[in-house]
Design a protein around this ligand. Structure first.
Ligand code: ADP
Ligand code: MG
Length: 342
C-alpha cells in the first residue's frame, strides 16, 4: 500500500520540485541513519539473471537476517538456472529446442510462471506474449542489429501465445508451430522477487526489500517509516520523476532505455509489440504498483505495449493496481488512485 502521510509527494507539481526531492533525500538519509543506530540491516548486492539484485533485510537476530539475505540470492540463482534463455541446460532452453516436436515436462515453478504469463496474454488481448521471442531473438541491441521486413514477417508466424499448449495434469508444455520460441524476461524477475520474499517471510522476516532490476517487492516498513523508491526519468538518467513512499507493496518499471539502440532517430528497444514484432513506441516508461511483483512485472510490460489509453483503461479495471506512465511526449499520466492525492 501507499504510505498515506506522504501521498502528497505524488502530485505532479511536487514531483517536479527539486526542493521536495532534496527533502526526500534527507528523509531517506534519516531512515538509513536511524536504521544503523536501532537495528541491524543486512544488505546484499549481486549480479544475477542479467540484472542487479538488491536485498535489505531486518530481524532482531542478525543471524536470521543474514540467513534470509542468503536465501534471497539463492532463490535468484535457482530461478535463473531454470528460466534463463542464455543457459543451454536451463529448462527454458530445452523447451525452446524441443517443445515443437513433443510435449515437455517442466518443474512446478516454471509451469506456474508460464501459466501466469498466459493469463496476462488473455487479460491484455495479446499485448503481453512470451512468444514475442520468436522474433525477439533476431534483435541484438548491443550490436545495433535488427531483422529486415521480410525476415520479421516470416518469423511473426511463431508469435502467438495461443500456439502454446499447457497440460496441467502432466505439467507439460507443447508448441503448435515449429517457429515458436518463448522468453520470460517480462515476468520471471517478478516471480523470483515474490518467491524470495515469501521464503524470507517463512524464516520470520517481516521487514525486507528485494529488487531485481526494475522489479521490487517490499514487506513491512523501514523502522517505522516507509521505504522510498525513486523512479528515474526515462530520458535524463540523473533525474528522478517521482519518489514514492511505500510499505507492503510491489512495483515494477519498464522503460525504453534499458536495452536499445537508435537508428535514424528511431529507437529499437527490448519491449516488442507482438502484432508487429517492432518495438512498442507509444510510451517511454511505465511504473506499476500492486501487491505482488509477478503482477506488477507482467503489467508494466503489458501497459508499455498497450500505450497510454488502453493501458490506463486496463489499470482502472484491476483492483489494487495503480500506474504511472510517461508517454512519448514525456507527459506524466497517473491512474485514478494516484491522481486525487492532494
Ligand atoms: P526489464 O526489467 O528486463 O527491462 P521489463 O519488465 O520491462 O523487463 O520487460 C522487458 C522484457 O520482457 C524484455 O527484455 C523481454 O524479455 C520481454 N518482452 C518484450 N516484449 C514482450 C511482450 N510483448 N510480452 C512479454 N514479454 C516481452
Ligand atoms: Mg515487466
Amino acid at each position: 500500500m501507499l504510505f498515506n502521510p506522504a501521498l502528497k509527494y505524488l502530485s505532479m507539481s511536487k514531483l517536479r520540485s527539486t526542493g521536495k526531492v532534496l527533502l526526500m533525500h534527507a528523509l531517506l538519509l534519516l531512515c538509513v541513519l536511524s536504521g544503523v543506530t536501532r537495528a541491524e540491516w543486512v544488505v546484499r548486492d549481486a549480479n544475477i539473471m542479467g540484472t542487479t539484485i538488491h536485498a535489505e533485510v531486518w530481524h532482531d537476530n542478525p543471524v536470521v537476517a543474514r540467513e534470509a539475505a542468503d536465501l534471497v540470492l539463492q532463490t535468484m540463482h535457482e530461478v535463473n538456472q531454470s528460466m534463463s534463455p542464455y543457459i543451454e541446460r536451463s529448462e527454458l532452453s530445452e523447451i525452446n529446442r524441443s517443445a515443437a516436436q513433443r510435449a515437455i515436462r517442466v518443474s512446478a515453478p516454471l509451469y506456474e510462471v508460464i501459466e501466469r504469463a498466459q493469463y496476462y496474454s488473455g487479460l491484455t488481448d495479446g499485448a503481453f506474449d512470451i512468444t514475442y521471442a520468436s522474433v525477439g531473438y533476431l534483435y541484438d541491441y548491443r550490436h545495433s542489429v535488427r531483422p529486415g521486413d521480410r525476415q520479421l514477417k516470416q518469423h511473426l508466424a511463431g508469435v502467438n501465445y495461443q500456439l502454446i499448449v499447457l497440460d496441467p495434469a502432466s505439467k507439460t508444455i507443447r508448441f503448435q508451430h515449429p517457429d515458436v520460441r518463448i522468453d520470460l524476461g517480462g515476468i520471471a524477475k517478478g516471480y523470483a522477487v515474490d518467491r524470495a520474499v515469501s521464503r524470507a517471510r517463512a524464516l520470520g522476516i517481516e521487514h525486507i526489500l528485494v529488487s531485481a532490476g526494475g522489479d521490487t517487492r517490499i514487506l513491512g516498513d523501514r523502522q517505522g517509516r516507509p521505504w522510498v523508491i525513486g523512479i528515474r526519468h526515462p530520458i535524463d538518467k540523473e533525474k528522478v520523476i517521482a519518489k514514492i513512499p511505500l510499505v507492503n507493496e510491489a512495483l515494477s518499471t519498464s522503460g525504453d532505455y534499458e536495452r536499445y539502440f537508435d537508428e535514424d532517430g528511431v529507437r529499437y528497444h527490448h519491449i516488442l509489440d507482438p502484432r508487429t514484432g517492432d518495438s512498442a513506441r507509444m510510451v517511454r516508461s511505465v511504473t506499476i504498483l500492486g501487491p505482488q511483483a509477478m503482477q506488477t512485472d507482467a503489467l508494466s510490460t503489458s501497459v508499455f505495449v498497450m500505450g497510454p489509453r488502453r493501458g490506463l483503461a486496463l489499470l482502472e479495471s484491476l483492483d489494487g493496481i495503480e500506474g504511472i506512465i510517461v508517454d512519448s511526449d514525456a507527459n506524466l499520466l497517473f491512474s485514478s488512485g494516484l491522481q486525487n492525492v492532494e
